[in-house]
Design a protein around this ligand. Structure first.
Ligand code: ADP
Ligand code: ADP
Length: 225
């Protein structure tokens, strides 16, 4: 599980996180919902180790992550700007995260991860195609695939559907929901879109001004007066 306690983070005079407390349970798909500037991305970066909090603790599966390098944290983060290799095949784009020295998997295991991830995202038939020839939606799937292919303890997803058109967004929401149900890997998913949060989240945390102001299941969030 992911546990954040008393996380404070300021950028100059701007307080991005103000004593934030958050618990994401094992295998849970947790949506962090809030307006622009609320501190969502900073929260993810704090878990990923890309920002260090001024105060507070970050734990993953009971391990205090203070001083642990990003690549050793066992999390896979997906940023808004995707780094795809347009001239390489879908297969190579999915394989490269598994080839880095620190995360190298045995070949058979890597192949199995790649095939499973491609199947989950419905892109098996595209494995030999260069990414540069794909449609927007297909590219988006490959970008997500580059995160989901990693044998991570937690996935951190930052508005991964934000630049898709409404129809594709809706379709990929359903797919993400299905993937979450199959994989049951702890997922912290950031969005400013309440429809998306209510559609995807096992639980939802509402963040405002660097604090969680409400947490609950979709029914609790939706019906609370
Ligand atoms: P969200 O993801 O909810 O839009 P952020 O975590 O990106 O919010 O930002 C929270 C606050 O911190 C905002 O006021 C933002 O302007 C500020 N902030 C974020 N990153 C930086 C940065 N690198 N330098 C200065 N201010 C920043
Ligand atoms: P390469 O450039 O070797 O094809 P990548 O650029 O995908 O591979 O990854 C380089 C290193 O950065 C690897 O250790 C990988 O695990 C790590 N890395 C890249 N992207 C992420 C991410 N989104 N989350 C966590 N680690 C990442």
């Amino acid at each position: 599980m992911i546990r954040l306690r008393g996380i404070t983070k300021a950028y100059g005079r701007t307080t991005a996180l103000d004593g934030l407390e958050l618990d994401v349970e094992d295998g849970e798909f947790f949506c962090l919902l809030g307006p622009s500037g609320a501190g969502k991305t900073t929260t993810l970066k704090t878990v990923a180790g890309l920002e260090l909090p001024d105060a507070g603790t970050v734990e993953l599966d009971g391990r205090d992550l203070a001083g642990v390098e990003p690549y050793d944290r066992g999390v896979a983060m997906c940023f808004e700007s995707y780094a795809l290799y347009p001239h390489r095949s879908v297969h190579d784009n999915l394989a490269s995260p598994l080839r880095s020295p620190r995360h190298r998997l045995p070949a058979a295991e890597a192949r199995a991860r790649i095939m499973e991830t491609a199947a989950l995202l419905g892109i098996e038939a595209l494995l030999d195609r260069p990414v540069g020839q794909l449609s927007n939606g297909q590219r988006q799937r490959v970008a997500l695939g580059r995160v989901l292919v990693r044998p991570a303890r937690a996935f951190l997803l930052d508005e991964p559907l934000s630049h898709l058109d409404a129809k594709l967004r809706q379709q990929m929401r359903a797919e993400l929901k299905a993937i979450g149900a199959v994989r049951r890997t702890t997922t912290l998913y950031v969005t400013h879109d309440s429809v998306e949060a209510l559609a995807l989240g096992d639980r939802i945390g509402v963040i405002r001004d660097g604090r969680i102001v409400q947490t609950g299941t979709r029914e609790e969030i939706w019906y609370r007066p």
